[in-house]
Design a protein around this ligand. Structure first.
Ligand SMILES: [Zn+2]
Length: 264
């Protein structure tokens, strides 16, 4: 499931193709995208120039010339495919943007959970979303204050997009491992120094996802995490730090992996 690094990398690949281009047509190719983007919203967007594509959390914001926006969210496994408008549509294309240079950008999404919505100028499409993990204004003290208001397990709190934007199941598990924090720890029991360590660990885990040279940039379908993970999905394997076997527990119906030896 694409999290902040995968969404950011998808935007970086897409930007050179769409920024500055005019949307000639928007084709909704599946009930999921027809529901999210009614015809009136398609008409509002078509004919406008895309000034920029920005990211907030796991959302992708296409800034249109009149101040309105198209907002994409990959959900489980969406991605972009760019090709000539007259080529056959890629398999699982759910929405296609025809650009004024003859290219076509397709939202490819096997499970059809990805959405693209339209938002009028002045509307905040990501209202309520928490701070960006790399925002320098998001200090350890602010992070700690958010944790202090929550009694749930820290693993679940890291997934709460109101606390922190962009972290999902993989990077939450990785960050907790880097910080040496047990995933069941109640968030309000995490003191200032551990909160600072955990925020550093969130940034480290996300940076590894963004910078890993093992990633493949050349093809379209690359939102899957391809870099080496320290703990996620490694149940039964030895911890890369202390050698104890990695365990799997379930939080809110989702698997969490951790090391009982070095995550306390
Ligand atoms: Zn360990």
């Amino acid at each position: 499931m694409p999290e902040l690094p995968e969404v950011e990398l998808a935007i970086r690949r897409l930007r050179p193709f769409v920024e500055g281009r005019v949307l000639r047509a928007v084709a909704r190719l599946h009930p999921s995208t027809r529901r999210a983007l009614p015809p009136a919203h398609v008409r509002a967007a078509v004919g406008q120039r895309v000034l920029a594509v920005a990211r907030r959390g796991k959302y992708q914001l296409f800034e249109l010339a009149r101040g309105d926006r198209l907002v994409a969210h990959f959900r489980l496994d969406g991605d972009w495919n760019v090709g000539p408008a007259d080529a056959p549509l890629p398999r699982y294309a759910r929405l296609a943007l025809a650009l004024d240079d003859g290219r076509r950008v397709s939202l490819v999404d096997p499970r059809a959970f990805a959405t693209v919505t339209w938002h009028r100028a002045g509307e905040d499409p990501v209202a309520g979303l928490g701070p960006e993990p790399f925002d320098p204004g998001f200090t350890p003290a602010r992070f700690r204050a958010a944790l202090a208001r929550r009694r749930a397990a820290i693993k679940l709190v890291l997934l709460d997009q109101r606390v922190l934007a962009g972290v999902g199941n993989i990077y939450a598990a990785e960050a907790l491992w880097h910080a040496g924090v047990h995933p069941d720890t109640p968030a309000d029991r995490i003191g200032p120094s551990r909160a600072a360590r955990l925020l550093d660990a969130v940034r480290l885990a996300l940076s590894r996802g963004l910078d890993e040279p093992g990633r493949v940039f050349a093809t379209a379908q690359t939102t899957a995490t391809t870099h080496e993970l320290m703990v996620y999905g490694r149940d039964g394997e030895p911890c890369r730090r202390c050698g104890r076997r990695i365990r799997r527990v379930v939080h809110g119906a989702r698997g969490t992996w951790y090391c009982a030896g070095c995550q306390r």
